[in-house]
Design a protein around this ligand. Sequence first.
Ligand SMILES: [Zn+2]
Length: 276
Amino acid sequence: MAATAVSPRHVETSSTHINSSVSYILIEMRKQFVLLGLIIVLLFGFHTLSNRADGDSDNSPKVVTTTAVKPFNKSQYSLTDPSSIWVVVNKQRPLDPKPYIPGDLQTPKVALRQPADYSSMKLRKEAANALEKLFKAAEDNKTPLRLSSGYRSYNYQVSLYAGYVQKEGQVSADAESARPGFSEHQTGLAVDVGMTNATCDVEQCFGDTPAGKWVAAESYKYGFIIRYPQGLTQVTGYEYEPWHIRYVGVDLATQMHDSGVQTMEQFFNLGDAPDY
Ligand SMILES: [Zn+2]
């Protein structure tokens, strides 16, 4: 019986208790809202302040996309060591030592003008591998190429130059042939290329053929440059030779192509080399 005897007083008490509990909770919630509001205001203010301190403005983009541009290292390889892929040989810069012979000559597996065992059909290993890729791409472009002349030894250059001097005199010889120790072909990194049907072989008109144009436009992708470009005889010391390409590696060839600097002399600020 006692259990069911819920007095009105008790109910009232209970109701009052509930009411006070609710208002307590409401007060607590209000306190917390105020606290939360304060925190938000403080955080926002701090954010604005730190933005101002950074010199930031609301207009500036919050996400900055940057492309990592690796600076090109121009002293990555030697320009004087004859075994360096960047060696610069011209009328002012003979090979050092002059009778230098590359240690890794090999015949690339490409169309050749002469028998494969001739030293003139050989190149340094790295250049030979690159030439194979270049010629494969030329073939895909329906402008097939052949290796006209590659490595030339110091001794060969001695007899070649002496022959020109004997026949035409030194002035004429210097115009047509490099002096011994001054030929880029001795590095094993220079190649004379031509069309497989020998049209304009080692002649300036090669530059006007589809093959010549393709070589000028595409060979940098395989690490080669046109070493004696048109209009830069004062710099290189040689007339325009669209058939004479020089292996310098893809990095340098691409850098020169992209920057529009055509000669190694200009790219490395070595000064002009018009004559001996
Ligand atoms: Zn050449």
